[in-house]
Design a binder for this molecule. Structure first.
Ligand SMILES: NC(=O)c1ccc[n+]([C@@H]2O[C@H](COP(=O)([O-])OP(=O)(O)OC[C@H]3O[C@@H](n4cnc5c(N)ncnc54)[C@H](OP(=O)(O)O)[C@@H]3O)[C@@H](O)[C@H]2O)c1
Length: 352
């Protein structure tokens, strides 16, 4: 039996997610205590809490593997990470120390921990343990899920236009490369995108010029059939009315790029399909009974970053880690896609 131990750095997205998670993680506190704490108190004080272990999934046997997943909480919100970058990096290194003591085989950087470290590149030398942002697997899973969902609606991707929000980013640029080979037309969006952006040059060098750039997310999605929303924005950018009828939207943003509040709705009416993507269905999900795990993953929709760490730990292919922005080679991307198939990992589609 082979033993694999995976570390994941987790952080709350905002005070709302903190209020939701807090009583589930620290059960001895209970829900009532939060009633006495206002949002500004939480925001001000959360950064005083040092990183610490919050989840340990163990005794998990799958095929020939004994799997352990160790979650360390980085108590800081994305908005604060962007402002206090240096302090955040120091805390991420403290998380690494916890993982080193625990002898984990690979560390994955969830959510904004990857964004503030340049896709993990800035901290990859700060520990002897391989680290990954998991972005390539996230992009592959989001692309697979969107294509599957289009098929379910009887749509053929090669006849459709695909908008990618956050197209200059790590995940967005991989999605753009994937869909340049499948879709009829791409609508690429980021605040700073232009024909001179790396992703545009790359697509042209590969012989694809059927795309147009937008700096406004609403304009980009207004005439798109399929949408991958992968912007690293702390606030939602899009609402229901921004999309055309029949469109299918895969939001992978953490925090989400698409909000119900922006639309004045509590759920998306059926004429447009919105789901949270970039996630996977793990074949051993049903064997996990850990209550903390269930509070992070109440459904079998596991972040792409964690999925990547799991398949790399199984295969010991640490040469395939995702690091940096726009750096993943086509060979590595294919290598990861093969591992996804090999370990029978399927894209999750969590409707919103
Ligand atoms: N679902 C999952 O399992 C999963 C896993 C990993 C990451 N994620 C999430 O995926 C998202 C993208 O991650 P990443 O690593 O690819 O980030 P990244 O490399 O930092 O790229 C972010 C992209 O978003 C664009 N952007 C930021 N704000 C924008 C705005 N207001 N309007 C339009 N574009 C905007 C950026 O370009 P400009 O600066 O030019 O605007 C860039 O193109 C993040 O929310 C992350 O938390 C999800």
């Amino acid at each position: 039996m082979e033993r694999v131990k995976i570390g994941i750095i987790i952080h709350p997205l905002n005070t709302e997610s903190f209020r939701d998670l807090f009583p589930k993680i620290y059960t001895f506190f209970g829900n009532w205590i939060l009633k006495f704490l206002d949002d500004s108190f939480i925001t001000h004080n959360i950064v005083r809490i040092p990183p610490h272990k919050i989840m340990h999934v163990c005794n998990l046997i799958h095929n020939n593997y004994e799997i352990e997943i160790l979650g360390v909480l980085l108590p800081i919100f994305p908005r604060q990470m962007l402002i206090e970058k240096e302090n955040t990096i120091k805390k991420i290194i403290d998380c690494f120390k916890i993982f080193e003591q625990e002898n984990v085989n690979i560390i994955t950087l969830a959510g904004f921990t990857s964004i503030v470290t340049n896709g993990g590149r800035d901290v990859s030398k700060m520990t002897s343990i391989p680290i990954t942002s998991g972005n390539a697997t996230t992009a592959v899973l989001a692309s697979m899920a969107l294509e599957k969902e289009a098929g379910r609606h009887g749509k053929k991707v090669r006849e459709l236009s695909v908008a990618i929000i956050g197209a200059t980013g790590d995940i967005g640029s991989i999605c753009a490369r994937i869909y340049s080979k499948k879709a009829k037309f791409l609508r690429l969006c980021s605040r700073t995108i232009s024909d001179d952006s790396e992703i545009c040059k790359k697509l042209k060098a590969e012989g694809f010029d059927q795309f147009v750039c937008f700096t406004d997310a609403r304009e980009a999605v207004s005439d798109a059939d399929l949408i991958i929303a992968a912007a690293s924005s702390v606030d939602a950018l899009l609402g229901y009315s921004d999309f055309k009828e029949g469109s299918i939207i895969c939001d992978i943003g953490m925090p989400p790029n698409v909000s119900f509040e922006k639309s004045g709705l509590t759920s998306f009416p059926a004429k447009k399909t919105l789901f949270f993507g970039g996630t996977s269905e793990l074949p051993f999900y049903k064997k996990i009974f850990d209550s903390k795990w269930k509070s992070f993953f109440p459904q079998n929709a596991i972040y792409g970053c964690l999925t990547e760490a799991i398949i790399l730990a199984f295969s010991k292919r640490f040469d395939l880690v995702s690091l940096g922005r726009g750096e993943i080679s086509s060979e590595n991307l294919e290598g990861l896609a093969d591992l996804i198939l090999k370990y029978r990992i399927f894209p999750a589609v969590k409707y919103l």
